[in-house]
Design a protein around this ligand. Sequence first.
Ligand code: MN
Ligand code: MN
Length: 319
Amino acid sequence: MPDPFFQPVSGFDLPRFAGIPTFMRLPHVPPGHPRFAEVEIALVGVPWDAGTTNRPGPRHGPRQLRDASTMIRAENGANGIRPFEAANCADLGDVGPNPADTADSLDRITAFYDGLVGAHIRSLSAGGDHLCTLPILRALARNGPLGLILFDSHTDLYRSYFGGQLYTHGTPFRRAVEEGLLDPARMVMVGIRGTAYDREDRDFADANGIRVVAVEELHDRGIADVMTEARGIVGQGATYVSYDIDFVDPAFAPGTGTPEIGGPTSWQALLAARLLRGVRIVGADLVEVSPPFDPSGGTAFLGVSLMFEMLCAMVDPAG
Ligand code: MN
Ligand code: MN
């Protein structure tokens, strides 16, 4: 019998526009709460975008994503998965960043996720820009390097920006490989496209054996075929899933800082997340939703819909 405490508020009981908007209408169980130890999957906001190199705004993402997430119901219409009955899920609130100090913010985020790892709680996080993923990986990879499935239109593998700045949202996976947080042989990056400064990021991927699936190949082969390959690359080992909303075509997800045309539709984006079933996901995130560029709220709604699909994959690892 699922614990009633960990069930989301139903729209049958309270209209979905009413009440305080926690993620997916789950209970708010911050660290220190008497039931914290019972949480199995934490939904966490990381409202921080100090890594943004161009159009800012993802620091406002968690709040808008929470609001949009009141649209999410308890059952996956495609496969019948009911994630909130399969695992104790809760909204742990936000990690408090220091918007004036990047290094301090990185440490604060890692410390928060250290607490989750220590309590054996898996996490599904909402950014924030893509630099948020690096301090999360620092906590989650304490026991050895992880596999990675990245959905993104960019590799985020650049060495540095602006003459030596190592910590931006274009560099997290370069740092993560250098720090031994990720196993390059178990990394796959899907959806890469757009104009580029140069090929330095792609050369790094090639030199390290990181699989990059450009969007042209993704469109040629289809989502299902590429996801079969992706699941094979990460295998049965512990894997992190990072989903940059700019993976999706800006026709469907304009509310992001660095859009690239020619991407997947919202349907293909959902399917990609749905086909994560079978992956041993130790943590996942959805990043780069930028509310100032999302006046309709449609990008945030797509973002939380992708979070729900990832959550379903996390509770059903058998596929
Ligand atoms: Mn990214
Ligand atoms: Mn991107």
